[in-house]
Design a binder for this molecule. Structure first.
Ligand code: CUA
Length: 315
């Protein structure tokens, strides 16, 4: 946007203009209200100051319902308008396009750990290609952190115990600042990093150059076996557990009558708190894996379960 305003650097994502506009709208309406208030305050303070003979003090005005109701309604409508405007933007920022490239981020004291689908890992850096929308699936290992890329006009709290998602589409290649924007302990101020947006071919090369020990999904498959998940969820298992093939992204009917979509958040909850949401027609037999699996590993298992739903050679 306007580079001539110091400290207001241009927004580098597709939605940045909309966020800037909202910010300006909020600023302008606040300033207007402030100016009106202070102008009236000053005018009355000066006009009715003690000893001013020009001031007419004989006709004290009674409470006016017309003024009171119209003033309250006008401000209510104006600020509800702002609310609807920002809520719309917020909802848009929650719903990622279906073809968005997923990248997994885990915050911990005091670093950002990133895992790509191909198994590439990085710390305090996030390499992404220019072109597709990028969807971040974020979790925290310890306390609340906040993933903040000012140039992209996005910031999202990363809260322990849940999965948060965020998406954006960068507009140009370049290197941008990453910050943690939530005080999270001694080295909070050092919990910074770089976002590197690369042209597609350069990104492919970067991916190929990384040391990789199998894809994210294959790491998840390994964990799936180590943790013995196949004992119940595998083919021919003695215990009747929900089938995981083709599960990801599908609606799951629960025993309490509600239906949930099997997304990252659902799978995570199902692994850590299996008894909170029982799939309809099944018994609450699954033990919780809370404390037995790290956030990094959860990401891998989720990627594996996701891969079971993808068309291609069946496993
Ligand atoms: Cu993490 Cu502040």
């Amino acid at each position: 946007m306007q580079t001539w305003i110091p400290l207001w650097l241009p927004g580098e994502t597709a939605h940045a203009g909309a966020v800037d506009l909202l910010f300006i709208g909020l600023l302008v309406s606040s300033v207007l209200v402030l100016l009106l208030l202070f102008a009236l305050l000053l005018r009355f303070a000066i006009h009715y100051r003690a000893g001013n003979a020009d001031a007419d003090r004989n006709h004290q005005i009674k409470k006016s319902w017309t003024w009171e109701v119209s003033w309250t309604t006008a401000t209510l409508v104006a600020f509800l308008g702002l609310f609807v405007w920002s809520a719309q933007l917020f909802v848009n920022l929650q719903a990622a396009p279906n073809d968005a490239l997923p990248v997994y981020v885990v915050g911990k004291q005091w670093m950002w750990k990133v895992q790509h689908l191909g198994g590439q890992r990085e710390i305090n850096e996030l390499h992404i290609p220019l072109g597709p929308a990028v969807r971040l699936i974020m979790a925290s290992e310890d306390v609340i952190h906040s993933f903040f890329i000012p140039a992209f006009r996005i910031k999202h709290d990363v809260v322990p115990g849940t999965t948060q998602t965020l998406w954006f589409r960068p507009r140009r290649a370049g290197v941008f600042h990453l910050f943690c924007a939530e005080y999270c302990g001694t080295d909070h101020s050092r919990m910074t990093g770089r976002i590197v947006v690369m042209e597609q071919p350069a990104f492919e090369q970067w991916l190929a150059r990384q040391d990789v020990n199998g894809t994210l999904a294959s790491g998840g498959e390994r964990l799936f076996r180590q943790l013995g998940c196949g004992g119940c969820h595998g083919a021919g298992a003695a215990v009747r557990a929900p089938v995981l093939q083709g599960l990801y992204g599908k609606p799951v009917p629960l025993s309490d009558g509600t239906i949930e979509i099997a997304d990252e958040r659902y799978l995570r909850d199902a692994i850590l708190k299996p008894r909170a949401k029982i799939v309809a027609g099944y018994q609450a037999l699954m033990p919780s894996y809370e404390g037995k699996i790290s956030e990094d590993e959860l990401v891998q298992v989720t990627a594996y379960l996701k891969s079971l739903a993808e068309p291609g050679p069946s496993k």
